[in-house]
Design a protein around this ligand. Structure first.
Ligand code: HEC
Length: 209
């Protein structure tokens, strides 16, 4: 009797533990933000916000960068971050692995505040955010851009004919990304021989000037 009861109790607790594992591992469990390891999407194809991107690897800040002769109306900083798995892989190979996510976050450049007399610092409000993602199973060219209203909102896919793709394709130093502006990565791409032919041609032409 004693043994049977004991057996029944442990069988029950085993069942309970098994059920808890089943619930935790169920693929349909709702996700509020992308997992640390890669991109995640809603059922209608939007990108879920990469919640912890501020803990990713910082690649660079651009200040007031502009690709037209007249420049932008407001001075802005842009900050670029990449997921750590992709960064580590780039250090080894000079190339981006599948599931790379690069975040570009735009912030206002300010010059009046506290003790500052010269130069610029970043405002606390995020003015815009875009993600460049490599997901070869999902996008025909391998890469896609998503536009976010705020870092906590879902991102909208930018259609493949948009000018974003053209400029990145024609001028990005490595695989449609602007590694020429990311100082810790450019020497690695050079060393590993992964610089795009168009970029090598551009920089050879410019160095002659
Ligand atoms: C005329 C060229 C040009 C166009 C058009 C352009 N970009 Fe970029 N993009 C750049 C440059 C240059 C950088 C590097 C910024 C830096 O160094 O801070 C960049 C960086 C980025 C990054 C960081 C990751 C990477 O690929 O290097 C994202 C994300 C991004 N752009 C999104 C977009 C989106 C979305 C659009 C279209 C709405 C767009 N870009 C259009 C030139 C361009």
């Amino acid at each position: 009797m004693f043994f049977t009861k004991r057996f029944a109790v442990s069988a029950l607790s085993l069942l309970a533990a098994g059920f808890a594992l089943y619930i935790a591992g169920r693929p349909g469990t709702p996700v509020l933000a992308a997992p640390a390891a890669g991109p995640a999407y809603s059922a209608d194809g939007e990108m879920l916000p990469p919640a912890n991107y501020r803990e990713w690897v910082f690649l660079s800040s651009g200040l007031g960068m502009s690709y037209t002769p007249q420049g932008a109306d407001h001075l802005m900083f842009d900050n670029v971050f990449v997921n750590p798995e992709a960064y580590r892989s780039f250090l080894q190979t000079g190339a981006w692995p599948d599931k790379t996510m690069l975040v570009l976050e735009v912030r206002e450049a300010r010059n009046k505040g506290s003790i500052n007399l010269h130069g610029h610092y970043q405002g606390t409000g995020v003015m815009g955010m875009e993600v460049h993602v490599k997901d070869t199973a999902r996008f025909p060219s391998g890469w896609a851009f998503f536009d976010f209203d705020t870092p906590a909102s879902k991102g909208t896919l930018i259609p493949s004919g948009a000018p974003c793709y053209r400029c990145h394709q024609d001028h990005g130093a490595v695989d449609t990304t602007f590694v020429q502006f990311y100082p810790t990565l450019l020497p690695i791409a050079r060393q590993k021989g992964t610089l795009a032919a168009a970029y090598r041609k551009d920089s050879a032409a410019n160095s002659g000037k």
